[in-house]
Design a protein around this ligand. Structure first.
Ligand SMILES: [Zn+2]
Length: 438
């Protein structure tokens, strides 16, 4: 007696992540967008009668990658100001360019471009922080990805909003509009301790409690940020944030390159997560996040790309590899961050940080079928004795062959299926000709 199912995927290997198993010659049955069963392929073939049967004889199937920190729309500003330190990069290039360019159209098109890049590279969910989250939502919905969009808040005016109240009202209105959307959620996103004042942080803390919202914030990105805070507030940023009630289990701190042991203990005690962005930290010479000490303290650490203007790839394969290499390099310890641990950071830990660990982040029964197949039938990935090692150290986003989100196929045999690339390319040509970039 066979059972009906929507989709059956046979794979050479399945990296389930939780539990951290590498299954061989197994299949995933998908029903109503969720993972219904994981079982040996020969059993699956006699048990299921699928509407669609995908055979992946040379592939590794893994959970969709989760980009825990980006500014998606900045993909339109890729490469406009390279090789500069953070504050000069922001003050002399990025903020002036944003003042001239940022509009709902800019954010919608830039977010859609970022989504296409991420999708092609096996990223199925991302956490974003940018202006006009309502326009970012349109880009995400068109793309089919899953996202946690930031209700960005600053204490100075931009083309988007005039003051903290205006930022909050606009961001909360966007959240209200998309409250029922199955692939979207919102977080409060105070930009950083140096751009948001005490009074605004107190308001945000109250709103976070009332609406049960997480908080997404850059923290301790550079040594300069910490010194400025000591001068202006008489305390280091994290101490100030703790006093203002910002730290909690829903808080995702981004970067955290400058931490002492007391601050690591503080982050652990409050249950905060950290979004580690190794490429951005290296490119802006911000410092190296003490990932091993954070993990030793029991802190949940996920991976992020940061925006395309400071990376310049929204490529989670690159982040996995850089995280592993940077941890070994900074600790003088080749055993630091082995491949399986890095894969967990790029998937399940990202889900935990977003409060989505019961929905995504691993291949487990009942979770959303957000799945990515990596094709190992390439000379540079042969022979293969340890698929997880290949995934982190040898493979790249160019090897992604299939991507499903909630069981819907978005990439098949490396071809993008549901994306209107012609329309996106037309709008990118218009952005290419805008004089404000020069
Ligand atoms: Zn950032």
């Amino acid at each position: 007696m066979t059972e009906k199912t929507d989709l059956l995927i046979d794979a050479r290997w399945i990296a389930t992540v939780s539990p951290a198993h590498l299954l061989e010659h197994h299949s995933v049955a998908v029903r109503d967008g969720r993972i219904h069963a994981i079982l040996p392929s020969h059993e699956a073939h006699s048990r299921y009668q699928p509407d669609e049967h995908v055979r992946l004889p040379h592939h590794l199937l893994m959970p969709g990658l989760i980009n825990l920190h980006t500014h998606a729309a900045m993909s339109l500003m890729r490469g406009i100001a390279d090789d500069l330190p953070l504050m000069r990069w922001l003050q002399e290039h990025i903020w002036p360019a944003e003042a001239k360019l940022v509009s709902p159209e800019f954010v919608r098109d830039g977010t859609e471009l970022a989504c296409l890049e991420m999708l092609r590279g096996g990223t199925t969910c991302f956490s974003d922080m940018y202006f006009h989250p309502e326009a970012a939502a349109e880009g995400v919905i068109r793309s089919g990805l899953r996202a946690a969009l930031g209700i960005v808040t600053l204490d100075f005016p931009t083309g988007y909003a005039s003051d903290a109240t205006d930022y909050l009202e606009k961001g909360l209105a966007a959240r209200e509009k998309y409250l029922e959307h199955p692939r979207l959620r919102f977080m409060l996103a105070p930009h950083a301790p140096y751009t948001v004042g005490d009074e605004t942080f107190e308001r945000l803390t109250t709103i976070a409690g009332q609406l049960d919202l997480g908080i997404h914030i850059h923290i301790h990105e550079t040594a300069d940020e910490v010194e400025t805070s000591l001068r202006q507030h008489g305390s280091r940023p994290l101490t100030r944030l703790r006093q203002l009630g910002v730290l909690g289990p829903g808080t995702v701190g981004v970067h955290a390159t400058q931490l002492n042991q007391q601050e690591i203990d503080m982050l652990a005690a409050h249950g905060c997560s950290i979004a580690h962005c190794p490429t951005s930290n290296m490119k802006l010479a911000s410092g190296a996040t003490p990932v091993m000490a954070l993990l030793a303290a029991g802190i949940n650490v996920g991976l992020g790309t940061d925006g395309a203007a400071s990376n310049n790839r929204l490529d989670m394969f690159q982040e996995m590899r850089h995280a592993a290499l940077l941890a070994k390099h900074t600790n003088g310890d080749a055993t630091a961050l082995p491949a399986a641990q890095v894969l967990q950071m790029a998937t399940l830990n990202g889900a935990r940080a977003l409060g989505l660990e019961h929905e995504i982040g691993s291949i487990e029964n009942g979770k959303q079928a957000d799945l990515v197949a990596v094709d190992f039938d390439h000379p540079e990935l042969m022979p293969c004795f340890d698929p997880i090692s290949h995934l982190v150290y040898a493979a790249g986003r160019e090897h992604v062959s299939h991507v499903w989100i909630s069981g819907k196929c978005h990439i098949a045999d490396s071809k993008t299926l549901c994306f209107d690339q012609a329309r996106l390319k037309t709008s990118l040509a218009l952005w290419q000709n805008r004089s404000e970039f020069r």
